[in-house]
Ligand binder design. Structure first.
Ligand SMILES: C[S@@+](CC[C@H](N)C(=O)[O-])C[C@H]1O[C@@H](n2cnc3c(N)ncnc32)[C@H](O)[C@@H]1O
Length: 342
């Protein structure tokens, strides 16, 4: 009994300190620590000089990062990044550096202090706090919009690596990435499938970043960038791709977006949803991340994460029928849902 309670105490304490762990990672990225450690690593004294910080506090920071297994201490007091720590380097191809900054930004986290209110009445804490919606706020906060889109690109690169080969794009001609952000995902699809043309569709703030990304990927000549509002209309195509869009919205608004997609998809076309998927039924090995993301959506955008049955219902309500559902391979971790006009 005593031992069980002791384990529970330790487990709960770890959860309660979780916010500090996230801020430790965000702070290390803001200091530029991962880039300063680089491949070679550094001693606390070298690092302190590089970061213009005190050696004793740098040493304490490194100790805590080592406890999180993001750095490790080698011989001669030299610290190096671990495999997970390297993902915090801004130049790593799978970098999560911008995500580390965004997921510890007050704009996102302040809303969590209103979780109790959101649970009571279903209202969106962000809207109560700021008097406007999350996306309205981004429209007039250029720095946060920059960070948000960089963080979304960080979270999308893993999917961009695997989606082009995980789905058979051969029968199609035009992929419309609805709410495609900076174009990270569409660039990868177009680069892999040279017969395809693309349309990157997003609100003006999102679409503004896409031309440079499409250009860098060498696909700009096969892709137009269109800005607009997906509650009003969506450009036509035979593949409508929506990644991390539906989870931003409640069922009413999600169905409205999918209905606009139903109007835009050509005969024989497909709707591809790439979303986190809530597991159905109890499962001891289940990660808490989709459930935390679900509440993050509740407090910040009024959206939600969904299980397979919820997607099925949403699709049917909007004139689509689910054709296939599969988990995308690592490093994506997202679920690909394919639907056809019903
Ligand atoms: C969570 S992000 C996902 C971005 C991208 N699909 C990805 O997964 O990296 C949501 C996107 O929806 C866009 N968006 C929000 N409201 C919109 C609207 N009314 N019309 C078009 N795009 C919108 C945002 O600008 C943002 O790029």
């Amino acid at each position: 009994m005593g031992e069980t309670s002791g384990n529970a105490h330790a487990a709960l304490t770890r959860i309660l300190f979780g916010g500090m762990a996230a801020h430790l990672v965000g702070g290390a990225v803001r200091l530029g620590l991962p880039a300063a450690l680089g491949e070679a690593g550094a001693t606390p004294a070298d690092l302190a000089r590089a970061l213009d910080a005190r050696p004793d506090t740098v040493q304490r920071l490194l100790r805590a990062l080592a406890a999180l297994e993001l750095v490790e201490e080698g011989s001669g007091d030299r610290y190096t990044l671990t495999t997970a720590g390297r993902l915090l380097h801004p130049e790593h191809p799978d970098s999560l550096a911008a995500a580390a900054l965004f997921y510890t930004d007050p704009l996102l986290l302040d809303s969590w202090r209103g979780l109790d209110g959101s649970v009571r009445d279903g209202s969106v804490a962000f809207d109560r706090l700021h008097g406007e919606s999350f996306f309205e706020h981004l429209d007039r906060d250029a720095d946060r919009a920059e960070l948000f889109h960089a963080a979304m690109a960080d979270r999308t690169r893993g999917t961009a690596r695997v989606l082009p080969d995980a789905y058979d794009f051969a029968p199609f001609t035009t992929v419309v990435d609805v709410g495609g952000g900076d174009g990270t995902l569409l660039s990868a699809v177009l680069a892999r499938h040279r017969h395809l043309g693309g349309v990157l569709f997003d609100a003006p703030g999102g679409a503004a970043r896409a031309p440079a990304v499409l250009e860098r990927a060498g696909v700009a000549d096969r892709c137009s960038v269109v800005s607009g509002d997906f509650f009003r209309s969506v450009p036509a195509g035979d593949v409508l791709l929506l990644k991390s869009i539906i989870h931003d919205w409640d069922d009413e608004r999600a169905a409205a977006i999918l209905s606009r997609c139903r109007e835009a998809v050509t005969d024989g076309g497909r709707l591809l949803l790439v979303e986190p998927m809530l597991p159905e039924g109890p499962d001891a090995d289940v990660s808490p991340v989709p459930f935390l993301s679900d509440l993050n959506m509740l407090v910040n955008t009024g959206g939600r994460e969904r299980a397979r049955a919820d997607f099925e219902e949403l699709c049917e309500r909007s004139g689509f029928g689910l054709v296939s559902v599969r988990t995308l391979p690592s490093p994506s971790g997202f679920t690909l849902l394919e639907a056809a006009p019903g």
